[in-house]
Design a protein around this ligand. Sequence first.
Ligand code: ZN
Ligand code: ZN
Length: 157
Amino acid sequence: MVPFPQPGSCLCGDVAYRLGEDPLTLYVCHCQDCQRQTGTSFALSMIVRQEALRLERGRPREYSVEMPDGRLKRSNFCDRCSTRLWGPSSIAGLAVLDPGTLDDTSWLRPVGHIWTRSAQPWVAIPEGPLRFEKQPRAEDWPAFVRAWKNRAADAHA
Ligand SMILES: [Zn+2]
Ligand SMILES: [Zn+2]
């Protein structure tokens, strides 16, 4: 496991932060919103405690977009280079970090895949219990947290 804190920053470097502790989980979202938002094929979502994120430099700007179904998509990005950094989770006290902004991404191994029904056809999704065609239900999420924890324990063994 990597030591904490782990540093991260936007593309231009105006905004820098530290992640102070191991995240709660890490998964891939293949939904069309994520494809559009990133402009690529999927998004990596790292769930962290809001308190674990410390801004070291700069001031990210917040955006808020209301989706047709009423959901609010909120996040923060660098004003200069537009790199998206993190946003609030729908669960109070948690944040969703875009972990590609970490300096060291070598330890990122997502434990699950969601919205697989809209995954781009060339993307190979590994077999495993944490594959969901659509949005997981609230009661499915503890398994994501357990899988991440167990993965850390496996790495120690
Ligand atoms: Zn920037
Ligand atoms: Zn998504």
